[in-house]
Design a protein around this ligand. Structure first.
Ligand code: PHE
Ligand code: ZN
Length: 886
């Protein structure tokens, strides 16, 4: 399929097809070319005759001219790899249609018509997992962003909203459960062992929210009574007879908590009589918010103590909430076009972050979210794929489901909340929902509602939507007499297509500590909205210690020349837990940056390490800290984040220094880590914060010891593995063993596989732990695992478990031989014809080459060039490779 754009399309739709350009040069779609669709489609009736090999689809569209658009008699119905079996206009079969590339064009004379099109599709052959596909004998759909056009011909764009009625029939034995959006209207038996069901969704929606599922499923059921007293039937469906049903309890509890929370915190009530969730094992992404019928990757539904870690429990809760929250932020108010994706995604990520913070520890949640932002989004923002949260152009929209649109998008809305305060922010949200309910809206609509509802002037703030790149804020503190001056400047770096940037408003929470008393005089919110500015504070007889960007109020990088003693002070005393974590990170980052650059004498290096060891010792001993927070403070800054601090990174040197520091810390604190492990091991399993915290620090202790005293760590990890009564302990121990070279490694890996073979999600962990390990032969292990009978390219979870784990494992991926790069390139070339969307996601790690030392950079670029030279590439991979070579 392809989408191309020419200015002379008959209907003014920017998505004009041009098959000739398909592979060579997919044409850009541009935000500024948006035009409303000339036709409205108020009603859609779909009829499916289901089969795994072949499914027949007839679609009847009631169309009428859209008075808000430039008139055109041409109706363009998008298609992708489908052909019409027949076409009827106003009930009469017609041949008056033409194909334009993948699309079907009809010329319609009147104001309103009924258009019917029949197609036949092959779900079992659909390896892209877009449109209607088969997964373990079940049929399911994925339509966002442009999958609906692989099912039937339709104006497949989010600003065409329709009311759907769906009838489906199929073999009652193969497909006992038949689901679609909305409410079940009727069902019955048909001929020859078939049955049928009819569903109706009363809420107008764009085609990307359509869903259908048919299969042999069983469900956990519950109910939720909304704030206005309506009873909603809830169900979570899994494949029958897999044992998965017992693993859906946590997802159901999370769903109910999310429904309640959205009523209480955002005033949003659910709006249908049923809410269904289906778990499928073959899925490109995490989950999908189809109206009333969410479809989930099994990994974000299934959890029990035996097979899911504490992290998995949190991920299930967060994704269940995320998809549920889309019912308002995404479905009731949807996006006008795909450039507005952050309108629903950034906002919904913020909503799920606030929810998870309320369900657990706010501080720990904030730290985790910032870690993802810095580890994934900052590198994206400083590389060849950088784009604003509201992009200006794309060739393949699937490539823009990014950490920038999602996570930076959430940070941008969070800043509005910081500026307005929670109450006024809520007023802005209320106005947005009230004003745009039932519409396809834009980011600009959201900003305007926030300005009016929350009483903010966001004129300059709009730059956060249009400018890419992580702003860098440089801070200098001057102390003179009793006066403190903070001199701040900002620089938004150049990014592809955006050489010059304007200063943006950057809200920073700050506090000035008196190092003697350990107290500060209250937090202040500074807004740096110029290239440079100074902020003066009086009454400081002695030089205070600055705590800045407390709570991470702005998604920026801070550059500051701070004495180590200040960082040590903040790491021990800051009353903002995020700032405390930040000081700890900064202490390590500063030291490692210097160590890697080779600017430290042996003595200075020892001093640096001793300062960090002292701070860590304080963290280990601090009785006011809970273990969940202690665990965060023990985590060293990631390789990705460290690389980000350097203009050109040497992955080998960074990895070496980071591991050497860890070894040194482990030796200095061996007794403390052993004692911590012992204390934590005595806490019995439960999901309480205390018990979760204990499990977190337990494995952290092993990670340190593995570097400082591998023989001891092997013994302790093997014992933890054997004693484990839950997956968190078992996986933590196995992760540590997988990086060691003793005999316990092999024993544990064999035991783990035999114990969990047949449980796909746990076997995924088994692949990931080996591909992500610190073992020196990790690349050989990955090659062997690719030949394992359980490995398959057709299951995205399995592909990611093996290859994404390797691609984000710096020691493996950046092996000096270039073998890691070659393996990722080989994977992309093999996977691209099967599943372009998943293949294209592997390009970004190679795209970092400009920021890597020259020898590896050449090897990375060569890998990209080899992909680019392939005779036929999907639009997805093609776009990412071309941008990466840029
Ligand atoms: N809209 C989904 C979400 O954020 C993500 C998704 C995108 C899923 C595209 C499938 C395909 O929750
Ligand atoms: Zn989402």
């Amino acid at each position: 399929m392809d989408i191309a754009r020419t200015p002379s399309t008959p209907d003014g739709n920017p998505e004009m097809a041009d098959a000739a350009h398909e592979i060579a040069s997919p044409v850009e779609v541009r935000r500024e070319d948006y035009r409303p669709f000339p036709w409205a489609v108020p009603q859609v009736a779909l009829d499916f005759t289901l089969g795994l090999e072949e499914t027949q689809v007839t679609a009847r569209l009631d169309v009428r001219r859209n008075p808000a658009a430039e008139a055109s008699p041409v109706l363009r119905l998008n298609g992708d790899g489908i052909t019409p079996l027949w076409v009827k206009v106003d009930s009469a079969e017609t041949t008056g249609w033409v194909m334009d590339g993948p699309d079907l064009l009809l010329t319609l004379p009147g104001e309103a018509h009924s258009v019917e099109v029949a197609t036949a599709i092959a779900p079992a052959a659909n390896t892209q997992l877009m449109g209607l596909y088969a997964s373990n004998g079940m049929l399911c759909t994925q339509c966002e962003a442009e999958g609906f056009r692989r099912i039937t011909f339709f104006p497949d764009r989010p600003d065409v909203l329709s009311t759907y009625t769906v009838r489906m029939s199929g073999d009652a034995g193969a497909f006992p459960v038949l689901l679609s959006n909305g409410n079940l209207v009727s069902s019955g038996k048909g001929e020859g062992g078939t049955h049928w069901a009819e569903w109706h969704d009363p809420w107008p929606k764009p085609s990307y929210l359509f869903a259908l599922v048919a299969g042999d499923l069983e469900a956990r059921r519950d109910t939720f009574t909304t704030c206005s007293g309506r009873k909603v039937e809830l169900a979570i469906f899994v494949r029958r007879g897999t044992g998965d049903l017992e693993r859906t309890g946590h997802a159901m509890e999370s769903l109910i908590r999310a429904m309640k929370w959205d009523e209480e915190v955002f005033g949003r009530e659910y709006d249908l009589d049923v809410f269904n969730i289906v778990a499928v094992s073959d899925f490109n992404m995490g989950a999908m918010e189809n109206k009333g019928l969410n479809i989930f990757n099994t990994r974000y539904v299934l959890a029990d103590p035996e097979t899911a870690t504490d992290g998995d429990y949190d991920a299930v809760e967060g994704v269940i909430a995320h998809e549920y929250f889309h019912n308002w932020s995404g479905n009731r108010v949807t996006c006008r076009d795909w450039f507005q994706l952050s309108l629903k995604e950034g906002f919904t990520v913020l909503r799920d972050q606030l929810f998870s913070a309320d369900m657990g520890s706010e501080a720990v949640k904030r730290i985790e979210d910032v870690r993802v932002l810095r580890g994934v989004q900052f590198p994206e923002d400083s590389g060849p794929l950088a784009h604003p949260i509201r992009p200006d152009a794309y060739r393949e929209i699937s490539n823009f489901y990014t950490a920038t649109v999602y996570n930076k998008g959430a940070e941008v809305i969070r800043m509005m909340r910081v500026l307005a305060g929670p109450e006024r922010f809520r007023k802005g949200c209320d106005l947005y929902f009230a004003r745009h309910d039932g519409e396809a809206a834009t980011c600009e609509d959201f900003i305007r509602a926030m300005e009016e509802g929350a009483g903010l002037d966001l004129t300059q703030f709009r730059l956060w939507y249009s400018q890419a790149g992580t702003p860098r804020v440089t801070i200098r503190m001057a102390h003179d007499g009793d006066k403190v001056a903070l001199h701040l400047s900002q620089n938004v770096p150049a990014t592809p297509g955006q050489p010059d940037k304007q200063p943006m408003p950057i809200p920073l929470k700050v506090a000035l500590f008196d190092p003697q008393t350990g107290a500060h005089r209250g937090e202040q919110l500074l807004v740096l909205d110029k290239a440079e500015d100074s902020f003066i504070y009086q009454g400081y007889a002695s030089r205070p210690v600055l705590s800045v960007n407390r709570g991470f109020t702005a998604p920026v990088a801070i550059a500051q020349d701070v004495p180590t003693s200040d960082l040590v002070f903040l790491a021990a005393h800051d009353d903002d837990p995020f700032a405390r974590y930040e000081a700890m990170q900064e202490l390590v980052v500063t030291h490692l940056k210097e160590a890697v650059s080779g600017s430290l004498s042996d003595e200075q290096r020892d001093e640096g390490r001793a300062a960090i060891a002292g701070a860590l010792r304080a963290v280990l001993a601090d009785e006011r800290l809970d273990d969940l927070m202690r665990g965060e403070l023990l985590i060293l800054p990631s390789h990705a984040y460290l690389s980000e601090q350097m203009l050109v990174a040497d992955p080998g040197a960074i990895h070496g220094e980071r591991q050497a520091l860890r070894a040194d810390l482990a030796r200095a604190l061996e007794g403390e880590f052993v004692a911590l492990h012992e204390r934590a091991s005595a806490v019995p399993y439960s999901l309480s914060p205390q018990a979760r915290g204990a499990r977190k620090v337990k494995t952290q202790a092993l990670i340190y010891l593995a570097e400082g005293n591998p023989a001891l760590a092997e013994k302790m990890a093997a014992a933890q593995y054997r004693a484990a009564d839950n997956m968190t302990d078992r996986q933590g121990a196995l992760m540590v063993l997988a990086g060691l070279q003793g005999p316990e490694r092999t024993h544990a890996l064999i035991d783990f596989y035999n114990r969990y073979r047949g449980n796909a999600l746990v076997v995924d962990k088994w692949f990931s732990l080996q591909a992500g390990s610190l073992h020196p032969q990790v690349l050989d292990h990955v090659k062997a695992l690719a030949e394992h009978p359980d490995f398959t390219l057709t299951n995205p979870n399995r592909v990611r478990a093996l290859y994404m784990a390797m691609a984000v494992n710096p020691a493996a991926f950046h092996d000096a031989s270039g073998e890691g790069y070659r393996m990722v390139a080989d994977l992309i070339l093999q996977l691209d014809p099967l599943n372009p969307q998943t293949a294209a996601r592997f390009v970004a790690p190679l795209g970092r080459w400009r920021r890597i030392e020259p020898q590896r950079a050449n090897l990375m670029r060569a890998a990209l060039e080899r992909i680019a030279a392939a005779p036929s590439l999907s639009r997805d991979t093609h776009e990412q490779v071309i941008r990466s070579l840029g």
